[in-house]
Design a protein around this ligand. Structure first.
Ligand code: GLU
Length: 474
């Protein structure tokens, strides 16, 4: 059975690269009826925090990536790693190292001064018995280092193909630090083995770690899992994606009004394509189509504009009922949630029209506020452009026409407005633009007659009244 894991270190926000790794693992697990494990790699005590772990769980929940096992916290498994390191010592595959960081820095510096490249010089592998005894007596702190065997390490990466590394290039890396904490290599190998992970799918920034980890599997006598390294995500300038390019933390996108499904679609299609010409997919459609063998080698570019376009398309195409839960916090922030909840039928009708033109949920909520509350500011540009040439007179006439209407739907108001325009010898637009300003304070809006129907007669008249009172006489 396929079993994969997402193994974030809670040392910072979950950024979009990490989220893509999680998502590919999840898609692969779901596609193969396998299991998706969440493991929190929190052994770097100084840099890890509970808040970040919590935020990562939140971010995964937002993307709807559910896990079947875990979260497994590595910080609670220290004894396991220590025992495994001891086992390698006993088997002569690892050794205690008493060098301090300063010792090593010093030797490294000297080597570099002589123009030599440096890797750990195995000083502690070659310690004499009496030296070891002395260090032990002194109670010197000691780490555990792994003995890199001679030869080559070769493996087939499911995305990047065959990879071969000369073991000469690898130093005897530390497995267990002198404070008893494992290094990443030890804990990752032990846990992936003990959890029965079959495929390690992670970012290509880990590719240099893989030969070291394969050597560890071999030292333990375990079969390594299969590896798939996902190409790094680039910014629009084709340099490694970073803060310089804009926001990269996953939840920042949520807070800016991106739909989770938009983010899901966008991340899924970084390095992989479902292969059809569809604007977006439901999650189950992506699961059905997902194929790890089709992940591209080339580095994908994080196209902020494409994501924004996708989000706008989805907001416009999905029914209000499907975006409601994600919209709620934004409506709350605008202070209009309760008003809308009191009249859900109206809310759905209004939002269905308003969402046609909004790019994100922040905009949708703030535009929706104009429909709920009458106290908006009039857009200065709109006034400059359309509040002129005797508009007030026209609007006054329109108001009295509207007052007399008994039915106030889109077609009745349209007919009434057009008749009045004809009577006044004006183009309908000459009434429509100022009317829009009066009703919503904006230059653009959905079709004005739909807006009239949504607002209803009483509210329309009140808004016209306000504009006639507050806007300049022209
Ligand atoms: N904790 C590592 C990271 O966040 C996980 C690497 C791996 O998947 O092996 O990069």
């Amino acid at each position: 059975m396929v079993k994969v894991r997402f193994a974030p270190s809670p040392t910072g926000h979950l950024h979009v690269g990490g989220a893509r790794t999680a998502l590919f693992n999840w898609l692969f697990a779901r596609k193969n009826d396998g299991k998706f494990v969440l493991r929190i790699e929190d052994t770097d005590v100084e840099r890890s925090s509970k808040e970040m772990s919590f935020e990562i769980l939140n971010a995964l929940n937002w993307l709807k990536l559910d896990w079947d096992e875990g979260p497994v916290y590595q910080s609670r498994r220290l004894r396991i790693y220590q025992r495994m390191a001891e086992r390698l010592i006993k088997e002569g595959k690892a050794y205690y190292c008493y060098c301090t960081r300063e010792d090593i820095e010093e030797r490294k510096k000297r080597a570099e001064e002589q123009g030599k490249s440096w890797k750990y010089d195995r000083r502690c592998l070659n310690l004499k018995e009496d030296e070891i005894e002395r260090f032990k007596k002194e109670g010197r702190p000691r780490a555990v280092r792994f003995i890199i065997p001679e030869g080559k390490t070769e493996f087939h990466d499911l995305v990047l193909g065959d990879i071969s590394v000369d073991n000469e290039e690898i130093e005897d890396f530390v497995l267990l630090k002198s404070d008893g904490y494992p290094t990443y290599h030890l804990s990752v190998v032990v846990d992936d083995h003990l959890l029965g992970i079959t495929h390690v799918i992670r970012g290509a920034d880990h590719i240099a770690n893989t030969p070291k980890q394969i050597l560890l599997y071999k030292a333990f006598g375990w079969n390594p899992p299969l590896f798939a390294h996902l190409p790094l995500i680039l910014g629009p300038d084709r340099k490694k994606l970073s803060k310089r390019h804009g926001e990269t933390s996953l939840l920042a996108f949520r807070d800016r009004g991106y739909l989770s499904l938009a983010m899901f679609n966008f991340l899924a299609q970084l390095s992989w394509s479902p292969g059809e010409d569809k604007e977006f997919y439901e999650i189950n459609e992506l699961v059905e189509r997902f194929d790890l063998n089709k992940v591209r080698h080339s580095n994908p570019v994080f196209d902020f504009e494409k994501l924004s376009w996708l989000n706008a398309r989805m907001i416009s195409r999905l029914p209000v009922e499907r975006i409601w839960d994600e919209l709620v916090p934004f409506l709350q922030k605008e202070g209009i949630l309760e008003d809308l909840e009191k009249n859900m039928d109206w809310a759905i009708k209004m939002l269905s029209i308003v969402k046609e033109r909004t790019r994100n949920l922040v905009e949708l909520a703030s535009t929706a506020r104009r429909y709920v509350r009458r106290d908006f500011n009039y857009n200065e540009d709109a006034i400059r452009k359309y509040w002129k040439d005797g508009v007030k007179e026209g609007l006054k006439r329109l108001k009295s026409v509207f007052e007399k209407l008994e039915v106030f739907d889109a077609s009745t108001t349209e007919k009434a407005l057009r008749e009045l325009a004809e009577e006044l010898g004006l183009k309908a637009a000459r009434l429509i633009h100022p009317l829009r300003i009066a009703l919503l304070g904006e230059r653009v809006s959905p079709g004005i007659f739909d807006v009239l129907e949504i607002l209803g007669k009483e509210e329309t008249l009140a808004r016209m009244e306000r504009a006639l009172k507050e806007l300049p006489d022209v």
